[in-house]
Write a protein that binds this ligand. Sequence first.
Ligand code: SAM
Length: 266
Amino acid sequence: MEHAEQLARVYGPTTWDLYAELDRSLAPRGPDWLLTKASEYLKPGDVVLDAGCRDAAHLIQLVRDNNVTGYGVDPVPLHIARAQEAVDAADLTGRIALQCTGMEEAPALGEQFDLVWCRDVLEQVADLPGALAGVSQVLKPAGHLLVFTQVATELLDAQDTALLGAHLGNVLSNLDPHTLETAFGQAGFAIEEKVVIGTEWREYAEERTQPVSRALLRLARLRRTRDQIVAVHGQDVYEHVEANLHWEVFQFLGKLAPTVDVLRRR
Ligand SMILES: C[S@@+](CC[C@H](N)C(=O)[O-])C[C@H]1O[C@@H](n2cnc3c(N)ncnc32)[C@H](O)[C@@H]1O
């Protein structure tokens, strides 16, 4: 095709029609989909563990929606303090217990669970086999472990990986789908169902509150004021924030694939 013809195609109606088509929502699933999924594995009176509960927002919803009782664990004291405030405010103090500990220590809770909810946590777990062994021990024989995590795709290149490596919380090896599935198997789990969420939750959020646009704007400002930021906050914090601001962008670009695994003990 001659270049003039190519230009005519670039500026022709077909191209603009495609852009218009891409402005229409594909009705993506949002994060509430995971709560609905969890409900498939819970009945009134059951006991759920939120492994890595942060502020207990999901645990509160799980307990309320399904008429169950719950435990939440998280190793960060500030998270547990906030979670306790939220549980008290939700008037669920008698139905939700919280413990400042890692999921590796779940057996110390002295409870057996119908469902372990583990959302966006395995990326940060230092001892993946230990963490999975911990929850495996506390799952009832017919119980389920519901994992939402991110795996690296073939689009994540070496430079991307090096950048993400500066994140202070994430453990890069846990993003490898093979490492993850091997760890599931070694902890005695079988994958009952796998759902690749891909870009859907990101599309859902972006259509509503534009968090990725905000991350990109923050990234531009971060890089433009690099020297001041490093001087005031330190190189490690600069690099951590730079890595973290790529997280959602990489999900959007398909370099990280958010994935749900429903696991049963073999
Ligand atoms: C990205 S946040 C996700 C929080 C929450 N599950 C959610 O989906 O909003 C990751 C959480 O995992 C917690 N975490 C890190 N290592 C953990 C471990 N070994 N056991 C349990 N939680 C852990 C962190 O403290 C943090 O609250």
